[in-house]
Design a protein around this ligand. Structure first.
Ligand SMILES: [Zn+2]
Length: 167
């Protein structure tokens, strides 16, 4: 039997998407809510996409930033770049509000902004550390994530998608 493939993000109209912080999914895993955050830093088909170096360096810095936060009710499951290089996914588990998730991401981003060296920038801890950039090169992208969080925090909600009209 074929399993019906349901991907929320494939139903989003990427031609009508602005930069922002989106919440495409909340799934229950073993009784615990798992939220997927879509951190969209490049407007698709308008802005230049992230370079390999930018995506990789921010992965190291922001994954470390959010994982180093002391927060007993939000657990980081995953942080990483999208294959299309227009943003990142952050998966968080636990019982928390949208505002708390946004504040958590911003706090992790502020940790990353305070870093003077990219974490795990060596051959033993990374599979291709040659593409990692100096931290100041990715500062504008981190600043942008911080600004997108603040805009959402002010409204106490994530940005909202425009969905494709399914025929
Ligand atoms: Zn790496």
């Amino acid at each position: 039997m074929e399993k019906a493939v349901r991907s929320v993000t494939f139903q989003v109209d990427h031609e009508k998407m602005a930069c922002g912080i989106y919440l495409p999914m909340t799934e229950m895993v073993g009784g615990v809510p798992v939220k997927t955050l879509d951190i969209r830093v490049c407007k698709p088909y308008c802005d230049p996409v992230l370079t390999e170096g930018e995506a990789h360096t921010i992965e190291h810095m922001l994954a470390t930033g959010v994982r180093s936060l002391e927060c007993d009710h939000i657990q980081v499951l995953y942080f990483g770049p999208m294959g299309c290089h227009t943003g990142f996914y952050l998966l968080l588990a636990g019982n928390f509000t949208d505002l708390e998730a946004l504040q958590f991401l911003r706090a992790g981003t502020e940790k990353a902004l305070a870093m003077t060296a990219c974490p795990a920038n060596n051959r033993r801890q990374c599979g291709n550390c040659r593409t990692l950039l100096p931290t100041e090169k990715v500062r504008p992208v981190l600043e942008k994530i911080r600004a997108l969080c603040l805009a959402c925090e002010e409204r106490k909600s994530f940005d909202s998608y425009t969905y494709l009209e399914m025929k």
